[in-house]
Write a protein that binds this ligand. Sequence first.
Ligand code: CA
Length: 220
Amino acid sequence: MRVGIVEDDDGVAGAIADGLKMHRIESGRMSRGLDVLTRHQEFDVILLDLGLPDADGIDVLRQLRQVSLVPVVVLTARDDERTIVRTLRSGADDYLVKPARMAELLARIEAIGRRMARSSAAPAPAARSFGDIVVDLGSRSLTIGGEPVQLTTKEFDLLAMLLEEPGAAVSRQQLMDRIWGDAFVAVSRSLDVHMNALRSKLGRSGLIETIRGFGYRWTA
Ligand code: CA
């Protein structure tokens, strides 16, 4: 985990960095609020002071929240309830009043680390079956009646996207954007070709329904 320390006071920033280092947590220092708007991607957690020389920390937090969900722990001398509530409502994940005890600060950063680990542990892709058609999203394989069917990468991507929500319509633009990285006309013909190939390999009509002027739907 790498912690970004947004703090204009060299003494405070240095003490926090030392404390983190003793627990083998890397950190990086930013002394101006606006630096976090350009550097937040370097960090897993941001420690944000509110009293900054160039901007109010709450404004910085609001701007950051327009582009990033990075966890933010506010560490500030301000301890009035109104500021605490405003800060949490502006998107802070936690709030600590200075001078903070190092052990408590570490424990709160670690708690955020555990929450992040839980939410990023994606569920294992499941095998899905529709009658005798079995699609294994983990191994990217398709069997029909127990017989493996070879799909190209794009054919499998199309199938997987349609199966994300069976029965729901998926637009041509969504499919092209996700699979080809281009939602517009350049790959439109390519989508038709791959969709036709997928349908013929599935071997039965009606499984993938065309929604005229919009896209497709998995009907099983
Ligand atoms: Ca300050």
